[in-house]
Design a protein around this ligand. Structure first.
Ligand code: ZN
Length: 197
C-alpha cells in the first residue's frame, strides 16, 4: 500500500485536460490501487488522477458508508453518454480541504468507461451520491473544478476565503450573503452527505 501526495488548488495540474489511457498494464493497476489507498486515507468518496499530480483519465470512487463493506469502482477513460434533470447538493473536494458549498449537477447519468482490465463498462446512476461523485471526478479529468459550478458564488467565496484559498473579508462576505438571501447561511447545515473528491 502506498499513499500518493495530494495536489491542492491552485496547482496547475488541476487545470489541465488529462490524457486518455491506452495501456492496461501493471502500472495502471498500481496507480488505481494507490489512488484508492490515498482516497480512503483522506476519507474521500472519489479521487481523480490529476489530484495526485498525474494527468491521466483515471478516477476512483467508493460511496459505501463507514459501516459498509468497501465497494471501490475504478473508472478509466470515462465518458458521460447521457444526462438528464438537475440535482443540487453539498460538495467538497480533496483539493480544497474544508471547503463545502452547493453545486448543481445532472440528476441522472449514464457513463461508459473501461475497468483496469481494459474492458468496456456501462453504469447508470440517478439522484444519489454516486451520480454526483462521477460528475465531480470527470470534471477533474477535464481540468474543471467545482468552484466554477457553485449555486451561490458568495457562499463559495466565503468558504474559499475561510479556508485560505481566496483573499477576502469574511465578515463582508457574510453580510452580503445575509443581504441577498435574508439569512445567514451555514454551509454545513445540509443533511446530505457531501462529496469529498
Ligand atoms: Zn474534487
Amino acid at each position: 500500500m502506498s499513499k500518493l501526495q495530494l495536489r491542492y488548488f491552485p496547482d496547475e495540474v488541476l487545470k489541465q485536460q488529462a490524457k486518455k489511457i491506452s495501456s492496461f498494464d501493471a502500472s495502471t493497476r498500481k496507480l488505481a490501487q494507490d489512488m484508492l489507498d490515498t482516497m480512503y486515507e483522506n476519507d474521500g468518496v472519489g479521487l481523480a488522477a490529476p489530484q495526485v499530480g498525474i494527468s491521466k483519465r483515471l478516477m476512483v470512487i467508493d460511496v459505501a458508508g463507514e459501516d459498509e463493506k468497501r465497494k471501490p469502482i475504478v473508472f478509466i477513460n470515462p465518458v458521460i453518454v447521457h444526462k438528464e434533470g438537475e440535482l443540487v447538493g453539498l460538495e467538497g473536494c480533496l483539493s480544497f480541504p474544508g471547503v463545502y458549498f452547493e453545486v448543481k449537477r445532472a440528476n441522472k447519468i449514464v457513463v461508459r468507461y473501461q475497468n483496469v482490465q481494459g474492458r468496456d463498462q456501462k453504469l447508470e446512476a440517478e439522484g444519489n451520491l454516486l451520480c454526483r461523485a462521477i460528475q465531480h471526478e470527470i470534471d477533474h479529468l477535464d481540468g474543471e473544478l467545482f468552484i466554477n459550478k457553485a449555486v451561490n458564488n458568495l457562499v463559495r467565496d466565503l468558504e474559499m476565503t475561510k479556508h485560505g484559498f481566496a483573499e477576502g473579508d469574511v465578515n463582508q462576505l457574510q453580510d452580503k450573503i445575509t443581504a441577498t438571501t435574508g439569512h445567514t447561511i451555514s454551509t454545513k447545515q445540509s443533511q446530505q452527505q457531501p462529496v469529498v473528491g
